[in-house]
Design a protein around this ligand. Structure first.
Ligand SMILES: [Zn+2]
Ligand SMILES: [Zn+2]
Length: 387
């Protein structure tokens, strides 16, 4: 794979860093070993500033280029998942029940590789802000970093990030303008009736029939209220009620997830759910509580930044290995908070054959690390050329 030669020179170092990170996975906001490792490497590379402890374990490092210019932000996530590793790899997790099953060890390594090259060469104007965030998988570390004021504090003008993609050709970049990842929300409906002896249903107010009507009603939000060409998922994934075959339960609960790309669609879903829940409850003589929790917002790419980033990717791997019109995905990503704060783009980098992310047999492909690091480094050089 064609890469920046200087970065290819230290590919073996990147593999060593990545496998150290893989052996030492940590969860959420609490990443003392990981953040310590990252800060130690950044110091050794000679970056100009290191700001630690942002959103607990987050780091922002600054590298000064040549002459005046804006600050470009590059972001990597550092957290692992509560999954027991089954790769059988020599560098497997040394912490039972925790593993880097989403390749954030690889993301951190690629940004470190770009940092080493950029600190050595400084062939760009202005500054680069290297953003290492905690808690992408759960907890919204990206949101916490934005709330900690990193965009203003470091005068970041635009932001870029990428995620590895198993099952796509190794070293292939893909992206799409506009929304690329969904907003992911959750809902819970609690139906309260009156329980009693199942032989005397007329003395009870059974919560099960209204619950079933609500679940069926929710299906019509997608099929009848929603414009067919827009993407929307409404999934009821849990139903809980009852304790015995001869007892009418007093309470029944169901819950699930909603995935949208457009805030207007999201608002429509919430309004229709509330109407269906309260209307159905009234019809059946029960009461119902509807709780809707918004999760990560949709990840929305700035079209100009996508064009620019794909041009840089084509320079690194060749135009034939770049796809700018990939189908958007129903998963979520908390880089969305950074893209809501600043224009930029979120891209994917193919990993080749292997288990998918969040699978116990998943492992980041070290072969693509020099490709990703070269892309990030070139992105800075092209975005902010010297002179
Ligand atoms: Zn993940
Ligand atoms: Zn991930």
């Amino acid at each position: 794979m064609p890469v920046v030669n200087r970065i290819a020179d230290f590919a073996q170092d990147m593999k060593t860093w990545r496998q150290w990170l893989h052996r030492n996975p940590e969860l959420g906001f609490d990443l003392p070993k990981t953040a310590g490792f990252v800060a130690e490497k950044l110091r050794a590379f000679g970056v100009d500033e290191i700001h630690e402890g942002i959103a607990q374990s987050g780091i922002v490092a600054i590298i000064e280029g040549q002459g005046a210019g804006p600050t470009i932000g590059l972001r990597a996530d550092m957290d692992a998942l509560p999954i027991h590793e089954e790769t059988g790899a020599e560098h497997a997790s040394q912490t039972p029940g925790v593993m880097h099953a989403c390749g954030h060890d690889g993301h951190t390594t690629m940004l470190l590789g770009a940092a080493r090259y950029l600190a050595e060469t400084r062939n760009f104007a202005g500054r680069v802000a290297l953003i290492f965030q905690p808690a992408e998988e759960d907890g919204g570390g990206g949101e916490a970093m934005v709330q900690a004021g990193i965009m203003e504090r470091f005068a970041i003008a635009r932001v870029f990030a990428m995620h590895n993609a198993p099952e796509f050709a190794a070293g292939e970049f893909f992206c799409t303008p506009g929304p690329i990842m969904a907003a992911v929300d959750e809902f819970t409906v609690t139906v309260q009736g009156k329980g009693g002896h199942a032989a005397y249903p007329h003395d009870c107010t059974d919560p099960i029939p209204p619950l079933l009507a609500m679940v069926q009603g929710f299906g019509t939000i997608v099929s009848r209220n929603h414009k067919p060409i827009d993407d929307l998922v409404v999934s009821v994934t849990q139903i809980h009620t009852g304790t015995a075959n001869n007892v009418v339960p007093a309470r029944a609960v169901f819950s699930g997830t909603v995935r949208t790309f457009d805030p207007k669609v999201q608002e429509m879903v919430i309004a229709r759910m509330e109407e269906l829940v309260q209307g159905t409850a009234a019809a059946y003589g029960v009461t119902a509580e509807f709780v809707y929790e918004r999760g990560y917002p949709a990840t929305v790419n700035d079209p100009g930044s996508v064009d620019f980033a794909l041009g840089v990717a084509a320079e690194v791997v060749g135009a034939a290995r770049v796809d700018g019109a990939v189908e958007r995905m129903m998963g979520a990503e908390d880089f969305s908070y950074m893209l809501n704060a600043r224009p930029g783009a979120y891209l994917f980098l193919g990993q080749g054959e292997g288990a998918f992310c969040h699978h116990p047999a998943y492992d980041f492909n070290d072969e693509v690390a020099p490709v990703g690091a070269s892309f990030l480094a070139r992105l800075v050089e092209r975005a902010q050329p010297v002179g």
